[in-house]
Ligand binder design. Structure first.
Ligand code: ADP
Length: 473
C-alpha cells in the first residue's frame, strides 16, 4: 500500500512506539532466558533471579527505549500499598539512594491523592506535575517535574507502578509533556513489567520447589544409606553372637565327654568363658543400637520424655567415666572435677549419663588407643559444663554443624579405637542434641582438624535451698 507524506508523518510516532516496545520485549526475553538457561544447567547452584535484579534490568532497558530523564519501577506491598523501589534508571547514585529512602515503605496514599489512586486501580495512567500536586516535597522531585505513572496490574489488581519523568520545561503543563503515543507506550511497558514480576515469582517458586525436592532427595538417600548401614551394623554382632554360642555349645559337648571320663579340669571350664564373654559384649552392642532406634522412633512420635529430678552431675559424670574405663580396655581416661562434691542439676540422670557415655564412646572410637581422653566438669556463672576431649582426627568446620543430624556420619573419619560395645548408626549425637535441648542446655564441638576435638554441653545449675534456712526453728 502507498502512503502519502501526511499519513507517513502521522504514523511515525506510532511506528516508533511499536519498535520501542519490540526492542524492550527482545531485551527482556534475553535477560530472563539467560537466567533460566543457567538454572537448567546448574540446578541448585544458582539462586533464582531476584525481583530487584529483574526490576533494575527492566528499568534500564525501559529508560533507553523511552529516552527520558528517569524511569522507576515500584512494587506495592500489602496491606496498604507500601512502595518498594525495585528498579530505577537515569538518576545519579546519590539521588537514587534518596529516592529509595523517600519511597521505601511509604503508603501510596502519602504520595498521590485518592482520585489518582482510583485512576490507577482502574488501570489508567496518572500524570503528575510535582510542583502542583498536594503532597509535593522538593526532595522527591529529583529534577524531574513531569511524572507519568502507569499502573502495573497483576491478575486484575494493582501490584506496582511504572513511572517515567521528563524535565523538559518547554512544555506548558504535564498534559502536553506526554503525547498519546508515549502514554500508550508507557502503558504497554507497565504491562510488560507485570509479566516480569509474574515471571520472577514463577522462577522463584520453581527454584524453591527444586531445592525442596533436592533436600527431600538428600534425606531419602541418607535414609537408604541408613537402612543398609543399620542392617549391616545389626547383623555383625548377631553373627558373632551366633558363632560364639555355637562354639560354646561345642566346648560344652567336649566338657560333657571329659566329665564322663572323669578328666574335667578347671582349665577346660575356663575355655567356655571366652565365647560367652564375646557373646555378652556383642549382645550389649546390639542392645545399645536397638535402644537408640527406639529413642529415635520416640522422637519422631513426639514421645521422647525426660524424667527430671534433682541430681548430682558430679556423680553422673564420675559413673559414666568409670563405666567407660571398664569397657574401653587400656584407654587412659583422665577426669577433672570441681572442688565442690555436688553440682546440682534438675535432670533425667540416665539421659545425661547417656550423653556423657556417647561423647566418651565416640572419643574412644575415633581416636588412637594410646592417646588419653580428658573429661572435665566445671562450674561457672550458674552453668555446669562437661567436656570430653580426644586427640583424634577432629571434625572439619563443615561437619561441625552436620554431625548432630540424624544418620549423619562424617566422610573420611575412620574408627581408630576398638569398636567394643559401640553403636555406629549415626544416631548418637542426634540423640545427645535432643536430650540436652530437652533440658534447655547447650552443646557443641570445638575442633581443629588433625588435633582432636572437644565435645561439650552445658546445663543450668539447680537452685539448692539453703539448709539453715529450711531448718526447723
Ligand atoms: P556414629 O554412630 O556414626 O558414631 P554419631 O552421631 O555418634 O554416630 O556421630 C556422628 C559422626 O560424627 C560420626 O560418624 C563421626 O564421623 C563424627 N564424630 C563423632 N564423634 C567424633 C570424634 N570424637 N572425633 C571425630 N569425629 C567424630
Amino acid at each position: 500500500m502507498l502512503h502519502d507524506a501526511t499519513s507517513q508523518q502521522q504514523n511515525q510516532p506510532t511506528l516508533q512506539a511499536f519498535i520501542s516496545l519490540l526492542t524492550l520485549v527482545e531485551a527482556l526475553a534475553s535477560v530472563t532466558e539467560e537466567r533460566e538457561g543457567t538454572q537448567r544447567g546448574e540446578p541448585g547452584n544458582v539462586p533464582p533471579i531476584t525481583l530487584r535484579a529483574a526490576g533494575q534490568a527492566f528499568a534500564e532497558i525501559a529508560q533507553q527505549v523511552l529516552q527520558c530523564k528517569y524511569v522507576g519501577m515500584l512494587a506495592l506491598d500489602p496491606p496498604d500499598e507500601r512502595q518498594r523501589l525495585i528498579g530505577s534508571s537515569g538518576l545519579p547514585p546519590n539521588e537514587e539512594q534518596r529516592l529509595n529512602e523517600d519511597t521505601f515503605q511509604v503508603p501510596l496514599s502519602d504520595y498521590v491523592d485518592a482520585a489518582a489512586i482510583a485512576q490507577l486501580h482502574a488501570d489508567q495512567i496518572v500524570l503528575l506535575d510535582l510542583r502542583e500536586r498536594p503532597f509535593v516535597t522538593t526532595r522527591s522531585i529529583h529534577g524531574a517535574r513531569y511524572r507519568l505513572v502507569a499502573p502495573i496490574m497483576l491478575h486484575g489488581k494493582l501490584a506496582g507502578l511504572f513511572t517515567m519523568a521528563k524535565t523538559d520545561e518547554k512544555y506548558p503543563n504535564v498534559q502536553s509533556a506526554y503525547s498519546p503515543e508515549e502514554r500508550a507506550l508507557a502503558k504497554g511497558i507497565a504491562r510488560l513489567a507485570a509479566l516480569v514480576i509474574e515471571k520472577v515469582g514463577l522462577l522463584q517458586e520453581c527454584a524453591e520447589a527444586h531445592s525442596k525436592e533436592q533436600r527431600l532427595q538428600a534425606t531419602a538417600r541418607r535414609y537408604e544409606d541408613f537402612i543398609s548401614t543399620a542392617s549391616h551394623e545389626l547383623r555383625t554382632p548377631l553373627t558373632t553372637i551366633k558363632g560364639n554360642v555355637q562354639l560354646a555349645q561345642r566346648r560344652m559337648q567336649a566338657l560333657e565327654k571329659q566329665a564322663a571320663q572323669g578328666s574335667l579340669s578347671p582349665e577346660s571350664l575356663r575355655r567356655i568363658e571366652q565365647p560367652l564373654k564375646e557373646t555378652l559384649l556383642n549382645f550389649n552392642r546390639l542392645e545399645r543400637m536397638i535402644l537408640e532406634l527406639l529413642d529415635f522412633s520416640r522422637i519422631q512420635a513426639d514421645k521422647f520424655i525426660m524424667r527430671k529430678q534433682p541430681c548430682n552431675l558430679v556423680e553422673i559424670v564420675r559413673q559414666a567415666v568409670e563405666e567407660a574405663r571398664k569397657c574401653n580396655g587400656g584407654r587412659v581416661i583422665r577426669l577433672s572435677l570441681p572442688a565442690t562434691a555436688i553440682v546440682p542439676i534438675i535432670a533425667d540422670a540416665d539421659r545425661i549419663s547417656e550423653v556423657v557415655s556417647n561423647y566418651l564412646s565416640n572419643a574412644h572410637k575415633y581416636s588412637p588407643l594410646e592417646e588419653p581422653i580428658d573429661v572435665r566438669l566445671t562450674v561457672e556463672g550458674g552453668q555446669a559444663r562437661v567436656e570430653v576431649q580426644d586427640r583424634g582426627p577432629g571434625v572439619s568446620p563443615e561437619d561441625q554443624a552436620r554431625i548432630w543430624e540424624r544418620f549423619y556420619r562424617a566422610p573420611g573419619i575412620e574408627m581408630l579405637g576398638e569398636r567394643a560395645a559401640d553403636s555406629n548408626l549415626g544416631l548418637g549425637l542426634y540423640l545427645c542434641k535432643e536430650i540436652i535441648e530437652l533440658h534447655h542446655g547447650k552443646l557443641g564441638v570445638n575442633s581443629v582438624p588433625g588435633q582432636g576435638s572437644t565435645f561439650w554441653f552445658t546445663l543450668e545449675l539447680a537452685q539448692v535451698a539453703d539448709e539453715a534456712e529450711n531448718a526447723p526453728a
